[in-house]
Write a protein that binds this ligand. Structure first.
Ligand SMILES: [Cu+2]
Length: 175
């Protein structure tokens, strides 16, 4: 009996080890995942988030996927001959003890081929792939179209110094 119990325990421990995700050490945490609502006919969207490296070594965000879109890429906004453009980036390095913030006008997770419009108040699932920390699943909260910050919803007063409160007037295709 003792032997079989022990054998059972060992196999149980092995099974646990097998299902434990590669990021079991929580070396990278992802917070403040959010997206902007998209108008009905627009097939692209963007997700923003904060990734923090709690580990002792640099890690890299190398990819992402979502059931909400055909294609998911890392993008950045950058000036190109005086014109703001976005372009794909292969990876994003996060130094140990540091955070990388994906936000409007900078880095973002680009969704192409949206299967349905992103609706304000809903959520969108996203799985991020880190080189060392492995896959991390997050749920992004959908703020209003054109929001500059997570949690911005329609009907909220515009921030002081900003004109117009509709929020729907951001340049299409720009994130
Ligand atoms: Cu983009």
């Amino acid at each position: 009996m003792v032997l079989s119990k022990k054998a059972w325990f060992v196999s149980f421990a092995l099974a646990l080890a097998a299902i434990a995700p590669a990021h079991a050490d929580d070396s990278v945490t992802v917070t403040q995942a959010w997206a902007r609502a998209t108008p009905g006919t627009v097939k692209t969207g963007a997700i923003y988030l904060t990734a923090t490296n709690n580990g002792m070594a640099a890690d890299r965000l190398v990819g992402a996927s979502s059931p909400a879109a055909d294609k998911v890429e890392l993008h950045e906004m950058a000036m190109d001959n005086g014109v703001m453009k976005m372009r794909p980036v292969k990876s994003l390095t996060i130094a140990p003890g540091k955070s990388v913030v994906l936000k409007p006008g900078g880095y973002h997770v680009m969704l192409t081929g949206l299967k349905a419009p992103l609706k304000e108040g809903d959520t969108v699932a996203l799985t991020l792939q880190f080189e060392k920390a492995g896959a991390i699943a997050v749920t992004a909260q959908i703020a209003k179209a054109g929001a500059m910050h997570p949690g911005e919803m329609s009907g909220m007063p515009a921030k002081p110094g900003m004109s117009g409160g509709s929020g729907g007037m951001s340049m299409p295709g720009m994130h």
